[in-house]
Design a protein around this ligand. Structure first.
Ligand code: ATP
Ligand code: MG
Length: 549
C-alpha cells in the first residue's frame, strides 16, 4: 500500500531517525469510545498507521477511556471493526484504563514533589479563578496544603470518601502563565461511575490532559500525532511527561482537522442525530461515520485515497464533499457491474411485438472492463421505462419519448411512441409503442439514427426493488446566531422510491455494488434488504463537476 506522500510530519520523523533522536517509529490511534468513528477519524488513522508503516514502525490502537459516563463497549467494538475494515492492523490493542494504577502512582509522585494538590473549589470557582487571556489567574486558597495533607486527601478521594465534584487534584504549575492550560489544570476528578473495563474499581479518573501524555510515554510512542486544537496543550503534555519522570519522552505533533462541506463531523453532534431519531442509527448512509459510509456503499480504498488526497498540513480547510464522491466513482468504475433499473416506472406496451415471445439479449457486464463478461437481459412485449423519459409536450432538444418520436432502447430495439394512455385524472399511465425488428442492437443496422437512448426493464421478468436516494443531511453548515445545526437538517435528505431491476440480479448480496445506467452507483443495503425486496442505497450519481487539481 502506498501511504502518505511527503509532508511536514514525515520530514520530522525522517530527521529524527537520521539524527539518532529516535531509533524506531511508534504511533497510536487514540479514539475515545464515546461514539462511532467518522471520516475525520479516518484521516487520523491513515496518518498514524500510514506514517508508521512508511518507516517500518508500529501503531497501537488505544482507547482513551477516561470518561466512563460517556463510554461504552458498543463503541469499542464498532471502532475496532471500522479500523479493520479500513484496512489497518494495529500492533497492540490498549486501553487507557489499563494504566489507571500507574497513573495514580504518578499522581502521587507529583504530590510528593510538591507539584500537585487537592483542591476543594467547585468547578465554577475554578473557572472563575482561572483568569482570562488578558488577566492572570488567582491562586486557590487550598493551593498550599502540605504534602502529607494532599497525600491523605488524594488517597481518600480514591477510597470514595468524597462525592462527585467535591474535590479534584490539580497540577501545581503557574496561575499567571500566559498559557491558560498551565494555570494549575485539574488532573484527577471524582466520578462515581461504572467503567466499561474497570467496573467499580475506581471512583476517581484522570483527566485527558494528564492521561494522554502518560499513555503515550508508557507505550513508547515516539510521535504523538493529534489535531491542532491541542497545540496549546503541548507545554502541559511535556510538563506531565517530565514531572512524572517518565523514562520515554514522546513528541506531540499537530496537524489540521479534516472538515467536509455540508457535513457535521463531531461525535457529539452525530450522537444527537442518532439519539433524536433524525437518522436511522450510527450507520445511516447520510452520516459521515465510517459505518454510514460503508452502508452507503463506500469502499475502504475510496476513503483512504480521499484522505490521502486531502494531505497533511497545519491548516484545516473545508474539503468539498464532491471530492469524496470522486474517489468512490474512481474505485467502482472498473469493478461495479453495469445494469438497468427503473426508479419511477412507466409501462410501455410494444403493440407489434408477438404476445408470448421472449428474447434474451446479450449485454456486457462492464464495457470498461470486458473481462467481466456478458449478461442476459429478457425483452418482451411489455417493459418499464422511467417516467422522466416521456414528455407529452417536450421542450426543444428533448430527445427521449414523446408522441411520434423514436428512441433507442439500450441493448434492444428502436421504439416509437404511438399512443398515450391516461387515467381519469389525466395522469399518463401507459404508452403504446411499436418497435422496428431491423434495429436490434448489435445487428449493424445503419438505416437511420435516433438521438435518444433510454433504459428499460422487461415487465414480466423484472424484480421489484427499492431505491434510496440521498441528499446532504445538512443544507447549510454555517450556524447563524440562535440556531444550531439541527435547524439546518435537510428535510429532503432521503427519498425512497419503488422500482424494478433486471432479473439477473436475483442473488445479490448485501454490499454488492452496481452501476445503474444513468442513475449512478448503488449498494445493496444490508439492513433493509429482504427475500422479497432488494433495497439499494445510491452511493453517488454518475456526473460530477469535480476535477482533481
Ligand atoms: P470528535 O470531536 O468528533 O468527537 P474527537 O477528536 O473528540 O472527535 P477522539 O476519539 O478523541 O475524537 O479522536 C481520536 C483521534 O482522531 C484524535 O487524535 C483526533 O485528533 C482525531 N480526529 C478526530 N476528528 C478528526 C478530524 N476531523 N480530522 C482529523 N483527525 C481527527
Ligand atoms: Mg474527544
Amino acid at each position: 500500500m502506498e501511504h502518505n506522500s511527503s509532508n511536514f510530519i514525515k520530514t520530522i520523523i525522517k530527521e529524527d531517525l537520521e539524527s539518532g533522536k529516535r531509533d524506531r517509529v511508534v504511533t497510536r490511534f487514540p479514539p475515545e469510545p464515546n461514539g462511532y468513528l467518522h471520516i475525520g477519524h479516518a484521516k487520523s488513522i491513515v496518518i498514524n498507521f500510514g506514517l508508521a508503516d512508511d518507516f517500518n514502525g508500529k501503531t497501537n490502537l488505544r482507547f482513551d477511556d477516561t470518561n466512563p459516563l460517556k463510554e461504552d463497549q458498543e463503541y469499542v467494538d464498532a471502532i475496532k471493526a471500522d479500523v479493520q475494515w479500513l484496512g489497518y492492523e494495529w500492533e497492540e490493542l490498549r486501553f487507557a484504563s489499563d494504566y489507571f494504577e500507574e497513573m495514580y502512582n504518578r499522581a502521587i509522585l507529583l504530590i510528593k514533589k510538591g507539584k500537585a494538590y487537592v483542591d476543594d473549589l467547585t468547578a465554577d470557582q475554578i473557572r472563575e479563578y482561572r483568569g482570562t487571556l488578558t488577566e492572570p489567574g488567582k491562586e486557590s486558597p487550598y493551593r498550599n496544603r502540605t504534602i502529607e495533607e494532599n497525600l491523605d486527601l488524594f488517597e481518600r478521594m480514591r477510597k470514595g470518601e468524597f462525592g462527585n465534584g467535591e474535590k479534584v487534584l490539580r497540577a501545581k504549575i503557574d496561575m499567571a502563565s500566559p498559557n491558560i492550560n498551565l494555570r494549575d489544570p485539574v488532573i484527577y476528578r471524582v466520578s462515581h461511575a461504572s467503567h466499561h473495563n474497570t467496573g467499580d474499581k475506581w471512583c476517581i479518573y484522570p483527566m485527558y490532559a494528564f492521561a494522554h501524555p502518560l499513555e503515550d510515554a508508557i507505550e513508547g510512542v515516539t510521535h504523538s500525532l493529534c489535531t491542532t486544537e491541542f497545540e496549546d496543550q503541548r507545554p502541559l503534555y511535556n510538563w506531565v511527561v517530565e514531572e512524572c519522570e517518565m523514562e520515554h519522552q514522546p513528541q506531540q505533533i499537530e496537524f489540521g482537522r479534516l472538515n467536509i462541506s455540508n457535513t457535521v463531523m463531531s461525535k457529539r453532534k452525530l450522537k444527537q442525530l442518532v439519539d433524536e431519531g433524525i437518522v436511522d442509527g450510527w450507520d445511516d448512509p447520510r452520516l459521515p461515520t465510517i459505518s454510514g459510509l460503508r452502508r452507503k456503499g463506500y469502499t475502504p480504498a475510496a476513503i483512504r485515497e480521499f484522505v490521502k488526497e486531502t494531505g497533511v498540513s497545519k491548516g484545516s480547510g473545508v474539503v468539498d464533499e464532491a471530492m469524496l464522491e470522486h474517489f468512490v466513482r474512481e474505485d467502482l468504475k472498473l469493478t461495479a457491474p453495469r445494469t438497468m433499473g427503473i426508479l419511477k416506472p412507466l409501462k410501455v406496451v410494444i403493440t407489434n411485438y408477438p404476445e408470448d415471445q421472449v428474447e434474451w439479449l446479450d449485454a456486457e457486464i462492464n464495457p470498461e472492463n470486458p473481462e467481466m463478461g456478458m449478461r442476459k437481459i429478457p425483452f418482451s412485449r411489455e417493459i418499464y421505462v422511467e417516467q422522466e423519459d416521456f414528455m407529452e409536450n417536450p421542450p426543444k432538444k428533448y430527445f427521449r419519448l414523446f408522441p411520434g418520436n423514436e428512441v433507442r432502447l439500450k441493448h434492444a430495439y428502436f421504439i416509437k411512441c404511438e399512443e398515450v394512455i391516461k387515467d381519469e385524472n389525466g395522469e399518463v399511465i401507459e404508452l403504446r409503442c411499436t418497435y422496428d425488428p431491423e434495429t436490434k442492437s448489435g445487428s449493424g443496422f445503419t438505416g437511420r439514427k435516433v438521438k435518444g437512448t433510454i433504459h428499460w426493464v422487461d415487465a414480466k421478468h423484472a424484480l421489484p426493488a427499492e431505491f434510496r436516494l440521498y441528499e446532504p443531511l445538512i443544507s447549510d453548515a454555517d450556524e447563524a446566531e440562535g440556531k444550531t445545526f439541527l435547524d439546518y437538517v435537510n428535510k429532503n435528505s432521503l427519498e425512497v422510491v419503488q422500482g424494478f431491476i433486471e432479473p439477473n440480479m436475483e442473488n445479490v448480496k448485501p454490499h454488492d455494488k452496481f452501476q445503474f445506467f444513468r442513475h449512478g452507483y448503488f449498494n445493496v443495503d444490508p439492513k433493509h434488504t429482504t427475500k422479497e425486496k432488494i433495497v439499494f442505497n445510491r452511493i453517488v450519481s454518475l456526473k460530477s463537476s469535480f476535477k482533481l487539481k
